[in-house]
Design a protein around this ligand. Sequence first.
Ligand code: VJV
Ligand code: CA
Ligand code: ZN
Length: 393
Amino acid sequence: EFGITRPKGYTVSYHANPEMEKHHFGQTHPMKPWRLTLTKSLVSAYGMPFAMDNYNTRAATYEELNSFHASDYLDYLASAPAEDMPRDIDNPDKEVRFNLGGSDCPLFHGLYDYCSMSAGGSLDAARKICNKQSDIAIAWGGGLHHAKRSEASGFCYINDIVVAVLQLLRCFPRVLYIDIDVHHGDGVEEAFFSTDRVMTVSFHKYAPEIFFPGTGGLDDNGPKSEHNPGAHHAINVPLNDGITDEQYEHLFQTIIGKINEVFRPSAIALQCGADSLAGDRLGRFNLQVQGHAACVEFCKRLNIPMIMFGGGGYTPRNVARAWAFETSIAIDAHKKIDPIIPQHTPWRERFIHDTLFPTLEQILGEPRANRNTQKRLQEIVQHVHEQLRFVTH
Ligand code: VJV
Ligand code: CA
Ligand code: ZN
């Protein structure tokens, strides 16, 4: 109907599981797995599944999760009883193990299934890339970048990205991890602190004490201990409120273009957190779908096998817009896509505006003040270039 066909010369796979989307973190918790249903409904309404290999995500096994996570943490995660009330606000004295059961990381019904399905999708995506059955693999249910080996953090329990990158490292010498979520990708950065086979790059709002998680300053480039091969392989791009498409795209292309030349990755893991969009319930930037998606398009043009993960995103209609449009970029259909959301899209009224590309005025009323000066952005580029002088192989 929309003339969307398979891309020529390469294969895209889409990994999802409708069961995952039925889980709830709690009534007013910002993380809504349902945004994945809204994304899928747009992707399908545009006819995109015809252009991809579609896989129903399985749950990752205990052994697979154990490739990164500690056994005692996984055992507790699998057995901890669900709680109907998060504790840390109402009952701050109660013991919280592994940071589980507070208001950020509540113990909800089916938690272990939800986590293992998220990781299963990301791991399947990595396997398809490894065995060359896919050139781009999409796992919007993954991207949970804050989880640590033995700790939940910031709505993330299992670090599906680390599990997937460990799989990629079995078949590729070097993996570039890129994170455009508004938060710092601390869990992934820390997991690969001591290897030069993974370079991590996160763009994020940075304001320690005020904005989660508080790490990811410009000088945070991996521990500079004497014989750490991972030194200089963590790149951080700390930003202020209100950054625009134009500034972000320029920064992204300059930095990722340079990293591609120097590090020469054999695979890319791209975390596409959509909380960096304007109007996000937790985010602070002024990015539009076009600017966010331009980052995905730039990565795709590098012609390197790639996994696209989800991540944050707390205004579901905008998350669905971005991830559906980015899916169309993956299959090279973005120029054919009608910006008017198809009439037959389920939950079409939830989008409020009938376009994939609402203006900043439509999203926000009035835009958030931009606190990023050109001078500061230049300093960031300068610092990154200096770090990259240490990177050789
Ligand atoms: O800022 C924090 C930590 C606190 C303690 C817990 N209170 C609720 C908030 C302050 C220091 N946490 C952040 C976590 C952000 C995680 C982002 C995850 C991702 O996008 O990077 C990847 C998926 C935070 N910011 C906002 C909230 N938590 C928040 C949590 C809630 C909430 C409202 C805001 C939890 C429950 C409810 N409302 C009902
Ligand atoms: Ca980020
Ligand atoms: Zn986030």
